[in-house]
Design a protein around this ligand. Sequence first.
Ligand code: PLP
Length: 625
Amino acid sequence: ESTYRVKRWGNGYFDIGESGDLMVIPRYNEPNLKINLREIIDEMQSTGIEFPAVIRFHDILRSQVELINKTFRNVIEETDYEGKYLGVFPVKVNQMREVIEEIVDVGKRYNYGLEAGSKPELVAALAYNTNSEALTILNGYKDEDYLRLALLGRKIGRKVVIVIEKFSELNMLIKLSKELNVRPIIGLRIKMMVKGRGKWESSSGERAKFGLTIAEILNAINVCEQKNLLDCIQLLHFHIGSQLTDIRAIKEAIQEAATIYTQLAKRDVPLQYIDVGGGLAIDYDGSQSTNDSSCNYDLSQYVSDIVTGFKQHCDLESVAHPNIVSESGRAITAHHSCVVTKVIGEIHPRGTEFSTKKATGEHIIVSNMRDIAQGLDQTSYQEAFNDVQALKEQAIQAFKLGVLSLDEIAKTETLYWQTLDNIEQIITNLDFIPEELKEIPELLSSQYLANFSVFQSAADSWAIDQVLPIVPISKLNEKPTKLCSLVDITCDSDGKIDKFIGEDSVANGVPLHKLSADEDYFIGMFLTGAYQDVMGDMHNLFGRLNEVHIFSYDDDPKDFYIEEVVKGSSMESVLSTMQYTPAILAQSVKKAIDKKIQQGQIKPREGVNLIDFYEDCLSGYTYLK
Ligand code: PLP
């Protein structure tokens, strides 16, 4: 537990079983109901589902939707807040149909709605958010078609709120609502002065991409008043960035937004809703700090700050409490899915052993290296470390100058890594490790080759150094003895993960167990349900992963069933998206094989097998078998 911090980042959904297997607790606050992840993997293997695969826990998704709604409702009740909570899920965070269906289904009883940020997301939201009491909030830049779709939503009785991000959208909306004879519900997004904290802090401030300045807000109100649309301005919106690591940024934003809200309300703008956007962070590294991958608050503190912040401001200004809308996405979906894959090999800096036997007339560098290696003991390890480092440098120079032979450089390398290995064994038992020797474990660290693509399954780890928890599925009752970089199967040296949760900051290397030839070593990458699930790209044409959707039984939630298997990309499907026609590819290869058959270089039977194999590959999974 202290290595992988499962309980600290897991929000109560993960634990380590007595068997050392990773356990999933699919329902919030029901710690006795545990599913062994290893058993899910076994069942997947027995039904022929290939890895890597996404495992989606629908119960966790449902729990998170319930949790945010219940938390807001409880705090609202406890504080005598007079507005309601009407949250929305931002579709962009995970657009998968099954995810949206599940969220809408469990959200019905809370009038929980959807947020869309583009035309395709709106098209989906109009079809799925059928509850006329729930909000559909529209963000992002809009064209005429986007606005027409929104007004279509109003015509069919949906509470669609068009958030004006840019002044010109308002003029377009006024024109279209007159043309279509619908009264829109208008939201105004504030260009906030307060700065967010974390990787997305540029979402606020003067140079923010979205939102209206105070001057533009006042102008928008005047324009609406002139066009007899003032009563349509019902919502005030802000969003200061995703993954807000520091609760102080949230408190400051609430103060700014509440001041603007109350002042506008006092000018008789008939506002009814305050939309606090997204930003509720996830503690990816379990450090509860203001690291970029963590946060110094939890859901109840977040909700409390929002509700009490608005209550105090409104009471002070004698303004009615607004209904509260939030657009949390990351916090709703991150926990519910993970990527599971197998480690399929190890790349060790030591490589293969080479005989280091003394040869007559060998170079002094090699002899010196051997003497140090053989003379290493409990007293000489620090001196030995410095000496072998220097000798290795000298050996490289001598090799470049043609002074050391290929055999001699191979011997020097082998002796060097043997010595480092032996020094590491000595220092692991020491209470005090000299500073310069602390780099040895990293120097000796292995690269574990895992069957996945960072670009498909952990885009943020590559793009913005997001730390995602990586945990072996079994052996969690054994101390991991290897410090590894996890490299993927893309042909890109960027395709690796070597950052892991450290004591108080990000550490280099992922601690994993020694591989064994007769046992599969499965690892999971967790908290991938927000953004990662859907942002992946097609680097090397690996494409989407196989997916299983896991449900617990209501009468026995210790047991699970695979409700749905969504097939990942086949080779023909990824090639088709790049404009290839699989039948033409197969024809071309068949022609080449036929030619070789005619020339007598391939036997007909072998030719048939070859083309069958090529066609099987086309319809097969893109990842390694
Ligand atoms: N709302 C808006 C306008 C956003 O831009 C975002 C994401 O940045 C969200 C909601 C979702 O934010 P989060 O995933 O941090 O909850």
